[in-house]
Design a protein around this ligand. Structure first.
Ligand code: ADP
Length: 614
């Protein structure tokens, strides 16, 4: 710093360069934080004053406050607090020297680099100087709480020239006056300033009043912030309504959240917060989660993915982490062991919440399950610890109604011969024919029709080799085929072999149900393999498309098949048997997958024909 010519004036310089142009250029993108910095300095000054009062070193029993005043006529923004104030010496020390040395260090380190400006200024105690991002001249008028202190006034231009003058302030506290520069006139606007205050200062610990000189606004007389945010309260003192109301207000979402978690992590993590699971409009809706990170009630940033596990990015909420430096940079977050611990703690709390719901309010868990399922599944596949905490309470939606865990589902189907198989449908509409067969046998089927369900099932099988997941159209053997063996019907078999396209295996079985004359099945494993190959857009030699790998099971317990068999046995009625068998195949096909255009046309024509000849 250039030494001052006389004791009242000085120059804030870095050798030949002025620091202000550098700061300005550097911080260009995050200009609006100047107000956060000044208001939070005001709050700090008030907090210090409160402490002195509580220690008996000062006295005051009025209202503590910070005022932000917009004076359009003079082109000024004024930030005033009634905190501890500063003497002239203190301004010299804290503003001229300490803040300056922070600025110097900042420039030495970052000059010439591009990047996360808001992410580092706090490291360097540059908060106050951010005022120069919008002001051409800044004044400080302060009166210290110290008995007998004289007020002090300081003015500094954006060229870094400062001067002290006789103090003007008569009340304890500090007023910062920004003479907004011509280029930054947009900040001389009610909505602009209110917007910044609401974004960054909404939960600062001291009531903040905003006013525009000569104008009335809806906020007149009321603080723009909530100095005692819900997350700082003890969960025992908060009611359900409080959490819901807080959610509505902070996230402007008129829907209620599905549930919330109030985190109050003690030493050594020492952070507080409330996390909400929002109700999603539908599975494909954009995941517009929003977790706001605070540092001692000062807003730092939204959606810090380093703090929240990626699969929980749809959460909304607030986290107040006083252990994090105020203006943390992303690279700091990425490499911080502390952040990993926060993230683990959050994950644990979420899993705990699910477990508590499972234990104490299973109905509620079932009611929200469809909404949270994609994230639970995704989380399980991404995070071992989360999976180990969740694995026993993962629910399956049962096609016939209700929700069950895997052991419950296996238990329910135990005496139906299902062993360790969980039957599922990934398309209850298309697979309705099969579902009715299962329902008839009283076998419960899980609905797995979500986007990541099939991947999740494979994941579960890898975790627990004992349990298999089988789609309802895959295997009938264990549960739907009866023990009865019918005498082989050669004529019938050859008839159906004639009807089925090449490559389709035809076999006859006595099914427990007489409902369907024939059913198409395809192996679970082969289908999955084909699906994977399809995903990667490739094929393997020797692996056919799944539709070519199907089996046509002719149901010998169905009366219609008995009739066709009788017709097939006689030469004169074989033609008729053939047309019926064709139609039976088509019905089996439409129960398994949708028709192609040609198949549909054939089906319509054949149906009309059959009706005509009936
Ligand atoms: P930081 O707040 O990160 O320390 P600043 O540049 O914002 O850095 O402020 C430097 C110092 O100036 C503060 O630590 C504080 O001691 C003093 N200060 C700034 N604003 C005020 C104020 N409104 N009242 C009292 N002291 C203040």
């Amino acid at each position: 710093m250039a030494k001052t010519k006389n004791e009242n004036t000085g120059g804030i310089r870095v050798d030949t360069e002025h620091i202000f142009p550098v700061i300005k250029r550097w911080l260009y993108s995050d200009k609006e934080i100047f107000l956060r910095e000044l208001v939070s300095n005001g709050c700090d000054a008030v907090t210090k004053m409160k402490r002195l009062v509580s220690l008996g070193e000062a006295s005051f029993d009025g209202e503590y406050r910070v005022d932000v005043v917009l004076d359009k006529t003079l082109g000024e923004i004024r930030v005033t607090d009634n905190g501890i104030g500063m003497t002239r010496d203190e301004i010299d020390r804290y503003i001229n020297n300490i803040a300056l040395s922070g600025a110097l260090e900042f420039i030495e380190k970052y000059e010439g680099e591009e990047g996360d400006a808001a992410g580092i200024i706090g490291h360097f105690g540059l908060g106050f100087y951010s005022a120069f991002m919008v002001a051409k001249t800044v004044e400080i008028h302060s009166l210290s709480y110290r008995p007998g202190a004289e007020s002090a006034s300081w003015t500094c231009t954006d060229a870094g020239e400062y001067s002290f003058s006789a103090g003007e302030r008569t009340e304890r506290g500090t007023e910062i006056v920004l003479h907004v520069s011509e280029e930054e006139k947009e900040y001389l606007d009610r909505e602009k300033l209110l917007g910044i205050l609401r974004k960054y200062c909404a939960f600062m610990p001291v009531p903040i009043y905003f006013s525009v000189l000569g104008e009335n606004g809806e906020e007149d007389g009321k603080p723009v912030n909530d100095p005692e945010p819900l997350w700082l309260k003890s969960p025992q003192d908060c009611k359900d309504e409080d959490y819901i109301a807080f959610y509505h207000k902070v996230f402007s979402d008129e829907n209620d959240p599905l549930f919330y978690i109030h985190i109050n992590a003690e030493f050594p993590l020492n952070f507080k917060g409330i996390l909400y699971f929002p109700k999603l409009r539908d599975e494909y809706a954009s995941l517009d989660g929003q977790v706001k990170l605070f540092y001692n009630q000062v807003f730092v940033a939204d959606n810090i993915k380093e703090v929240i596990p990626e699969y929980m990015m749809l959460l909304r909420g607030v986290l107040d982490c006083p252990e994090l430096p105020l203006n943390v940079s992303r690279s700091y977050l990425q490499n911080s062991g502390y952040v990993t611990k926060i993230s683990n703690h959050v994950t644990k709390k979420i899993a705990d919440k699910f477990n508590t719901l499972f234990q104490t309010d299973r109905e509620k868990l079932a009611a929200i399950w469809d909404d949270v399922k994609p994230f639970v599944e995704y989380g399980c596949t991404r995070d071992e610890k989360f999976f180990s905490r969740m694995k026993d309470i993962i629910l399956y939606k049962i096609h016939s109604g209700g929700y069950m865990t895997a052991p419950e589902l296996l238990e329910a189907n135990k005496d139906k011969g299902s062993d360790n198989t969980i039957y599922y449908t990934n398309d209850p509409q298309q697979q309705v024919g099969y579902l009715s067969l299962f329902q008839e046998q009283g076998i419960k089927v899980a609905v797995m029709d979500g986007v990541i369900d099939s991947r999740f099932l494979s994941f579960l099988e890898m975790q627990d080799h004992a349990v298999h997941y089988v789609r309802v159209d895959s295997e009938l053997d264990k549960v739907l085929v009866s023990d009865e063996v019918a005498e082989e019907d050669e004529a019938l078999l050859s008839l159906f072999k004639e009807v089925a396209p090449e490559g389709v295996t035809v076999k006859e079985e006595v099914l427990k149900s007489a409902k369907m004359p024939a059913v198409i099945t395809l192996s679970e494993e082969k289908r999955r393999l084909a699906e994977i190959l399809k995903q990667y857009g490739s094929s393997l030699p020797g692996v056919k498309a799944p539709e070519d790998e199907v089996t046509l099971v002719v149901n010998r317990s169905c009366p219609l098949i008995a009739r066709i068999s009788a017709l097939a046995a006689k030469e004169e009625s074989r033609e008729k048997a053939l047309s019926l068998a064709k139609q039976v195949y088509r019905i089996a096909l439409i129960a398994q997958r949708s028709f192609t255009k040609e198949e549909l046309q054939e089906f319509i024509d054949a149906s009309i024909d059959l009706l005509y000849n009936a």
